[in-house]
Design a protein. Structure first.
Length: 277
């Protein structure tokens, strides 16, 4: 309109009537309580206020258009993706997810290692986009579905002569935050003595998932760990992994906030995680 400086030509370009164009301008002037145009028949020019509105309003309209485009954008490999999981799964997934980030430099991976309850709380409190748990969540805000399973393994020093209950008792247990739970699942399924014997003597404890097998490798005891943690140990020649007669696995659940609209970048990471698991 401003470029044309003519009501009739403006109306033709906008596919409106001339009176309709004039009416819109008058309503805008009433709203702003100032004159915007100097009318000269069917022609017009801008007042100082009109020139200010034209210049600054054009910038605002352009910014709104850019904002609209930015809001609509949902790139599959750009932006921050926040993931939480127990340590064992983190050892399995973290390096491969970093490979994905290297392939897509605009993707930013924020990976936190925590317990099952920590994963659940992080998702419920909107501190994490997705999480992995070895049990189903109990909080109503968290949705989950099973995406895999992870074997529990009995690990002893490489020189351990036998797997009798007496030899394990003598060797002693290297505990960790999930040690009692994992031992109950695997040992309880394979050793009747586990239910009624004296508790296993604890020969050590570590809360660092990558360090739990260090005392085992030095002959200080045995432990029960998820397979991904065992696979990540850097000196496998110093430990011995035993296949027991009754295998035991933990389910793996992918979790996210219920009723959330996951952006494409999060869905892309979920696809990779499902492939890896």
């Amino acid at each position: 309109m401003v470029e044309l400086g003519h009501f009739t030509r403006t109306a033709e370009r906008l596919h409106m009537t001339q009176s309709g164009v004039s009416q819109h301008v008058r309503k805008l002037e009433e709203q702003l309580d100032t004159q915007l145009l100097v009318r000269e028949g069917k022609q017009f020019s801008l007042t100082d206020a009109g020139q200010t509105l034209y210049q600054q309003g054009g910038g605002i309209l352009q910014a709104l258009q850019q904002l609209q485009q930015a809001v609509r954008q949902d790139p599959p490999f750009a932006g921050v993706v926040r993931v939480t999981s127990p340590g064992s799964m983190g050892l399995k997934l973290y390096a491969d997810l970093l490979d994905l980030q290297q392939q897509h430099p605009q993707l930013v991976l924020d990976y936190r290692f925590t317990s099952n309850s920590g994963v659940e709380q992080a998702i419920a409190q909107l501190d994490s986009d997705i999480g992995l748990m070895t049990r189903q969540p109990t909080l109503s805000e968290v949705h989950s579905h099973k995406v895999g399973q992870e074997s529990l393994l009995l690990v002893t020093p490489v020189q351990s002569p036998s797997l009798t209950w007496a030899s394990l008792t003598q060797l002693g247990f290297i505990d960790h935050p999930d040690g009692a739970h994992h031992a109950s699942l695997l040992l309880g399924a394979n050793y009747p003595e586990f239910e009624y014997s004296e508790p296993l003597s604890t020969r050590g404890f570590s809360n660092q998932i990558s360090q739990i097998l260090e005392p085992v490798s030095r002959g200080l005891g045995f432990t029960v760990l998820p397979a991904y943690a065992v696979d990540a140990f850097t000196r496998p020649e110093l430990i011995k992994v035993h296949a027991l007669s009754v295998p035991v696995s933990e389910p793996i659940y992918l979790c996210y906030r219920r009723k959330s609209a996951l952006p494409q970048r999060v869905l892309s990471v979920i696809d990779v995680i499902k492939t890896l698991l």
